[in-house]
Design a binder for this molecule. Structure first.
Ligand SMILES: [Zn+2]
Length: 177
C-alpha cells in the first residue's frame, strides 16, 4: 500500500515545530529570572564589586537536626563553562547524583552574588547565609555560565512541562527588568 502523502498543512506544522525556539532569551526565561532573583533571600547589596577576579563560595547541606551533613566549595571556573563560583558549587553537588535542594545554604562573603547566580539559587530554594548579599546586576570579569546538568536540575526542580533547561541557560543573556 503506497504511503499517504502528508498534507501541506501537516508539513508546515512539523516545520514550524522545528523552529519554535526563537533566538534570544524566551519569555519563560525572563519570568523565571525575575522570580528567582526575588525569591533568593539574601539582602540586597548597593555595590556589586568588592572582591578580586576570583571568588569562592560554600554550598552546605544540613540534615534534619540542622547539623552540617556535607558541603561543596565552588570557585571561579573558567574551564568547565560554569563561570561563577556559585554555579561551580552547584555543578559539583549535582554531579553527586542528588537532585533535591532542601536544607541547603549558600555562603558567599567576599562579594555579592550576581543577579544570574541569585536567580538560579532562588529558583532552587537555596538559602543565603547571613553575610551573603545579592546584587541586581550581572558582574565579574568571568563570563556567566551554567552547565547542562545544573540547568536540567533547575528545570526539573521547577517541575513545569513548559520549562526547558534551555530557558535556564538563557539566564546568561538576561538582566533584571
Ligand atoms: Zn554569579
Amino acid at each position: 500500500m503506497p504511503k499517504v502523502e502528508s498534507s501541506a498543512s501537516e508539513r508546515r506544522s512539523s516545520r514550524i515545530k522545528t523552529f519554535t525556539r526563537l533566538p534570544g532569551p524566551s519569555l519563560i526565561a525572563m519570568q523565571l529570572f525575575n522570580k528567582g532573583f526575588h525569591a533568593f533571600n539574601a539582602k540586597s547589596a548597593i555595590n556589586g564589586d568588592g572582591g578580586g577576579e576570583t571568588t569562592s563560595v560554600t554550598l552546605s547541606l544540613y540534615d534534619l537536626d540542622d547539623d552540617l551533613a556535607d558541603s561543596w566549595e565552588g570557585n571561579t571556573d573558567k574551564k568547565h563553562g560554569c563561570g561563577h563560583a556559585e554555579m561551580d558549587a552547584l555543578a559539583q553537588y549535582v554531579a553527586t547524583g542528588n537532585n533535591t535542594f532542601e536544607n541547603m545554604v549558600l555562603s558567599c562573603t567576599t562579594k555579592p552574588c550576581c543577579v544570574r547566580c541569585s536567580a538560579v539559587l532562588g529558583l532552587l530554594g537555596i538559602e543565603a547565609c547571613d553575610r551573603t548579599l545579592k546584587y541586581s546586576k550581572p558582574m565579574g570579569s568571568t563570563e556567566w555560565g551554567i552547565s547542562d546538568s545544573v540547568a536540567k536540575a533547575v528545570a526539573n526542580h521547577i517541575g513545569r512541562d513548559d520549562v526547558s533547561y534551555l530557558d535556564i541557560k538563557d539566564f546568561g543573556g538576561l538582566t533584571l527588568k
